[in-house]
Ligand binder design. Structure first.
Ligand code: FES
Length: 430
């Protein structure tokens, strides 16, 4: 809690059990020892950085070097710019917090969803006869029971609430079963028989856009939206820039060697939010944007093609920082997810089934992080601040791919940059 390690809290009880076992044996572990002891515990939120901090802090408590009271913000300290423990952190750490699925409403029926087991198929029939006779079953709902259009809209009203004629992805919802208990609803949902006629699977953007590709939505082309692009005027932008750096290398070390400054202070003029330009598809910038720049330091094993991220540095301006620990945690976790996207995470239909085959980022692959903040107040932001959200994931993959290019002069265009792609690019010399 005091180290800011509890984000969603889902992994915490397991982390705490493994930490207790470690600290019982070794009350002063270093980071490699923590990595080994907690190697089988996964966390999706934190990037593991704050978890290492938390284990070390627990060790300090056990060794009597400090106390939780000393580590807490002083009573009465400001709620702005001070890292108070999250109010829900204790409940989450103890496994007592209620997640949405834990919430029970009195006398409410329980429902389970029948989901598609096919990635792309025509629904020929839905047979509920066996499921209807099962204990505790109250009723079923399919697309024909939904009033209105049965469509949800993001860009276009193209997503059925319950699929009526075809399914377009694994897990598409087809029917809902209501029963007296959750387990009975799930059993009945598993007994619903759906007869499919499989259609070609479109597994990549390229396949979806290819000539003659089967249409995913009968009434819409596969390319649903083409955002206008502007190319800008690079010469003019350079002429107007406060700083222009010219160097052969784009790495930190390269800049240092070239005798160039390595940190710059930049400003960006923000204008009022306005309407989109129909030609460019862009509007004037507005004050609540967040700005983030990242740099990756990587090690590439040119024999095996393995890439290891050693360190990520991020510099972010999200306005005045309300909760420094939460901001850092969000950035560290986002970079970890971004590195996973850049190097490992890949969904292959029929093969990717769980967190092992998906190559989830683990403690073993975690890396050092440095977070640098700038705090430009936003005129329209709450308390001058703006959100950080998942911004931190956006520049990560390009930073990692650029670092690979810098390390061994190959550029990977197809993510994730798996060892076999690195080796192939090295062999091809590009
Ligand atoms: S805090 Fe969310 S999974 Fe670890």
């Amino acid at each position: 809690m005091l180290a800011g390690a509890v984000q969603c809290g889902y992994c915490m009880p397991g982390m705490i059990m493994a930490t207790k076992a470690l600290l019982d044996q070794n009350p002063d572990p270093d980071t490699p020892e923590i990595k080994r002891a907690l190697a089988h515990n996964l966390c999706r939120c934190t990037g593991y950085v704050k978890i290492f901090d938390a284990v070390k802090l627990a060790g300090r408590f056990l060794r009597g070097e400090t106390t939780p009271e000393q580590m807490r913000p002083a009573p009465g300290s400001s709620m702005f710019g001070v890292s108070h423990p999250r109010p829900s952190a204790l409940l989450k750490a103890c496994g007592l917090a209620e997640f949405t699925a834990d919430i029970k409403l009195q006398d409410a029926v329980e429902v389970a969803v029948v989901r598609s087991t096919e990635p792309h198929a025509v629904i020929k029939s839905i047979d509920t006869t066996t499921a209807e006779k099962m204990p505790g079953v109250i009723g079923f709902m399919t697309a024909k029971d939904i009033k209105g259009t049965n469509r949800l809209k993001m860009l276009f009203p193209d997503q059925p609430i319950l699929c009526e004629d075809k399914v377009r992805t694994l897990g598409d919802p087809i029917a809902v079963v209501a029963a007296e208990r959750k387990d009975l609803a799930r059993a009945a949902a598993a007994a619903v028989r759906v007869d499919y006629e499989p259609l070609p699977v479109i597994g990549t953007t390229g396949k979806g856009l290819a000539d003659g590709a089967v249409r995913i939505h009968n009434e819409w082309p596969n390319l649903c939206y083409r955002p206008p692009q502007i190319k800008g005027d690079a010469e003019k932008a350079l002429a107007e820039s406060a700083h222009v750096v010219e160097a052969d290398s784009n790495t930190y070390e390269g800049l240092k060697k070239a005798g160039k400054p390595i940190r710059y202070l930049g400003t960006k003029k923000n204008e009022d939010e306005g309407t989109l330009d129909p030609e460019t598809g862009q509007g004037p910038s507005f004050e609540v944007q967040v700005h983030d720049i990242q740099m990756a330091e990587v090690e590439v094993d040119t024999e095996t093609g393995d890439v290891r991220v050693i360190k990520m540095t991020t510099t972010v301006d999200a306005g005045p920082v309300i909760h420094p620990q939460n901001l850092e945690g969000q950035l560290e976790g986002g970079m970890d997810q971004g590195v996973g996207y850049a190097l490992r995470e890949e969904y292959i239909h029929g093969q990717t089934k769980d967190w092992l085959t998906f190559k989830f980022p683990t403690m073993k692959t975690s890396f050092e992080s440095e977070v640098i903040t700038r705090e430009t107040p936003r005129v329209k932001g709450t308390l001058g601040a703006t959100g950080i959200g998942e911004m931190t994931m956006v520049p990560t993959a390009p930073a990692v791919i650029n670092a690979i290019k810098d390390a061994c002069d190959i550029r990977i265009y197809n993510l994730p940059a798996l060892p076999k792609k690195i080796k192939a690019a090295l062999a091809a010399g590009k």
